[in-house]
Write a protein that binds this ligand. Structure first.
Ligand code: SF4
Ligand code: SF4
Length: 221
């Protein structure tokens, strides 16, 4: 899923303090799971903003809506009838949702979260990166552990030699991805795979090649 983190409320206040009708717009998908932008977080942020503006003696109307998804025209249409009543939106969706919202409606849209990475929930309050959407998945060769997102140096043919007791030399709190790969290959009795040199990775499908798209003509007919 896409993992996001809440923005400091001071940053949000500084973006919206000149407006009088503000919509806080949540999303029921990834940002709900990582507790950054779902209905609950919309309610907490809206209450905190109302309190702030009340204390400041400013009349600012703060409304709350949470859509099923903000990265989907179908769900964004649900607020078309109401949107004219607002002069700004704080979107708690990921960066994709914020942009889709801004493309769909002609009013200022501000991000209420920082979109961080594609990751997994290890436990409540701990999310870790697992994928950088490189566009050519090589997990088949690396025992299901991604060296693109989990090795600090993005190495493809074994470790750099700097790890200590299984920890990455860049950060002792982080497992060495290659130690994990080797351990898992051992467990799977596939250490022979480790001896095979990986071909040079084709980075043309990675972000370095510019904005990407997936076209499925079979679905477009
Ligand atoms: S190899 Fe690429 S697509 Fe596969 S998990 Fe890693 S970053 Fe994601
Ligand atoms: S210690 Fe392991 S994870 Fe860290 S950079 Fe070296 S090979 Fe990659």
């Amino acid at each position: 899923m896409i993992v996001a983190d809440k923005k400091p409320i001071e940053e949000i206040i500084s973006e919206i303090e000149t407006y009088t009708n503000v919509l806080i717009l949540g999303c029921n998908e990834c940002v709900t799971v990582c507790e950054a932008g779902g209905k609950k977080e919309v309610g907490i942020l809206a209450s905190a903003l109302r309190m702030h503006f009340l204390k400041e003696g400013k009349e600012v109307k703060i409304d709350e809506i949470t859509l099923e998804r903000q990265c989907d025209h179908e769900y964004l249409e649900e607020i078309r009838a109401a949107i004219d009543g607002y002069d700004a939106v704080v979107s708690l969706a990921c960066g994709v949702g914020v942009q889709f919202m801004a493309e769909t409606y002609p009013l200022p849209v501000y991000p209420g979260v920082n979109t961080c990475f594609l990751g997994a929930t290890e436990k409540r309050g701990l999310w870790t990166e697992r994928c950088q959407a490189c566009g050519q998945c090589i997990l088949a060769r690396t025992a299901g552990i991604c060296p693109v997102s989990r090795c600090a140096k993005r190495l493809f043919n074994g470790p750099c030699g700097g790890s200590t007791r299984g920890a990455c030399e860049i950060n002792k709190e982080v497992d060495c991805a290659w130690q994990l790969i080797i351990d898992r290959l051992k467990d799977l009795d596939r250490l022979d795979d480790y001896e095979q040199l990986s071909p040079i990775k084709d980075w043309s499908t990675d972000r370095a090649g510019g904005p990407r798209k997936v076209v499925r003509e079979d679905l477009q007919q």
